[in-house]
Write a protein that binds this ligand. Sequence first.
Ligand code: FAD
Length: 300
Amino acid sequence: MPDAAGTLSATVAPGTAARGARLAAAVGARLSAPTEDGAFWVPASTFTRRDGSRGVFPHTVTDRAKPGLIAVGGDGRRFVNEAVSYHAFVRAQLASGGRAVPAWLIGDRGFLWRYGLGKVKPFTRRLGPDLASGYLRQGATLAALATAIGVPATVLADTVETFNRDARRGEDPAFGRGGDIYQRHLGDADHRPNPCVAPIVQAPFYAVAVWPADLGMSAGIETDAEARVLGADGAPIPGLFACGNDMASVMEGAYPGPGITLGPALTFGWIAGRNAAASPGGQTEPAAAVTLSGPSGSGS
Ligand SMILES: Cc1cc2nc3c(=O)[nH]c(=O)nc-3n(C[C@H](O)[C@H](O)[C@H](O)COP(=O)(O)OP(=O)(O)OC[C@H]3O[C@@H](n4cnc5c(N)ncnc54)[C@H](O)[C@@H]3O)c2cc1C
């Protein structure tokens, strides 16, 4: 996994990630080779709940494709078509050489009111708690917002001005927001001519930071088509099956669309269950007894 991916997960609680893989590895299971896309990615913002626990908001489909949003890296420049899939967005973050980790999602007052931003829902009147916690950053001007998020003010001003110039015509020549049906579907159908593009003009301006996180795993425990876990020699380990996030995905890191985690999970879960039930007496021999202790590995 690339270092820039960090350990944030939108899927599992801190400290529980990779336990299945570690349990299987302890009895000789073969794990898939590391790749850039060992996870199915999602940009996520984090916040602290009232009880002190950490909340993770996955920016899947609610805000990034709506008209009037851009994402910038720490240098104040855009780095991606923000309306693409969550997986593709994070791939661009990871390919940015660190400048887009975190990335800042930026919109204006009208955007925040109509569409919300991360955990801030549309039509929210009371922004105080999210501003006070630092989850939502605000600036009366773009320069003030730049200071609030620690990016160069002149660069951010230039980025927004350049974007706005074309956005007034519904165009985004730099990255092509709204360039396909997936993006336009997640935009605002009532916004013309481009459901994904509008200028950023109404003060105050707002930003939320997003980090790479996972919403499922691609890397994992190697199995055969019968969901049997394979050992180092490539032979099935008797009585040991894997599916879901624990199993090395048949997608091998590709993310053609939603469903490529739950689909294989259900399919191989059913196959594993059927095979386990077909074992002598309807039970499988346990491969070994393994106990885990201490913190787990990376969540992504
Ligand atoms: C916001 C979001 C949106 C998503 N949208 C989609 C989508 O549209 N389509 C799609 O296909 N996929 C989607 N996914 C991904 C999908 O939800 C996951 O890949 C899938 O739930 C993984 O299933 P799983 O059973 O392997 O793991 P999990 O659902 O994580 O289940 C693992 C279970 O094991 C339990 N557990 C963990 N440790 C232990 C232990 N030591 N002892 C006992 N129990 C334990 C956990 O509590 C949990 O209940 C989405 C994920 C997120 C986060």
